[in-house]
Design a protein around this ligand. Sequence first.
Ligand SMILES: *Cc1c(COP(=O)(O)O)cnc(C)c1O
Length: 400
Amino acid sequence: MPDSTHETGQAGLRPQTQLVRGGLTRSPFDETCEALFLTSGYVYPSAEEAEAAFKGDLSRYQYSRYANPTVTMFEERLRLLEGAEHCQSTATGMAAVFAALLCQLRAGDRVVASRALFGSCHFIVAELLPRYGIETLFVDGTDLDAWAAALSKPTACVFLETPSNPTLEIIDLAAVSEMAHAAGARVVVDNVFATPMLQRPLHFGADVVVYSTTKHIDGQGRTLGGAVLCSSAFFKDHLQGFVRHTGPSMSPFNAWLLLKGLETLDLRVERHCRNAQALAEFLEGRSGVSRVLYPGLDSHPQADLARRQMSGSGSTIVTLEVEGGKARAFRLLNALKVIDIANNLGDSKSLATHPATTTHQRLGAEERARVGITDGMVRISVGLEDVEDIKDDLARALEA
Ligand SMILES: *Cc1c(COP(=O)(O)O)cnc(C)c1O
């Protein structure tokens, strides 16, 4: 952008190098660490330059609702990691989901979505879109015949989440993308649970990827944020105008923290997954535990698909079901001494939640049953502690 800064990034570097160096633009002070530009606006050397910028003849920073140097560094780093043509950051993950869907839809369009969606995403598809004359249909994401039937009519957009929250169901991205494209639909994937380290939906045919950077990309529970990754054409034709004029912009301060989060993302996700795999193996078959859902276990119904589509053990989250329903699940949660009760995830601290009464309460009992969320289910976002302490904590709590 402006002449007074210089880009230090290079294309073709490997992912871990991009996480540390990608997108870095140094100011004339040659700082080591990415600079935090806390500014809402920018000054112009002349009225002519301001005019040229507003006419679009000159590309430069104009206003931080459009772009900000710290935010641009974050977007560029995430873009290089994902291998996308464009990255647009947002203030929250939900702002990213909302923008990715609404920017491309209009009254009369049809949307097909997987049923097991994050609560607020479910609200957008089930309640908000129909209010604007958009027809929406939910399918069981793991059932390819259901996708085929739903996509036998012209469709504008497919929206799905894999692995799903909290049951960790895996959707076949390549198969669904192929069917969606045949129906004329763009595929938008909520890749929050997988993180960019474990799954690259664009590689399997998806058109748009959305993140809540609040989760693993921050990874230390400090900020809210989101991002949409897409083609340059999708950005130019749909997303750019929508975000410029509706204003879900990420704050430069949050972008700066998230830049530092990306530097350690690969290291953290690797350790989260190693701890999660060990915990899943420890819990499976244990007395009082009726089921453990984890893509890295052979007992997972889509373990093969997980291996094909994802790297590593496939999840930083382990979901277990205890015998004895809600009462037993609450007793377990209340007896934990290391793991905290919290509905966030992807944090360095291990966090446990009871989806039926918190994150998925709004769905109602019938819809919860349909997506397989039982009253005995406890979701554990496995942190970076020594896994032996996490195991001890759960073993003790299971006996409570
Ligand atoms: C948290 C989350 C979101 C929403 O992100 P926010 O940053 O909380 O707005 C969307 N999808 C999934 C799968 C999530 O876990």
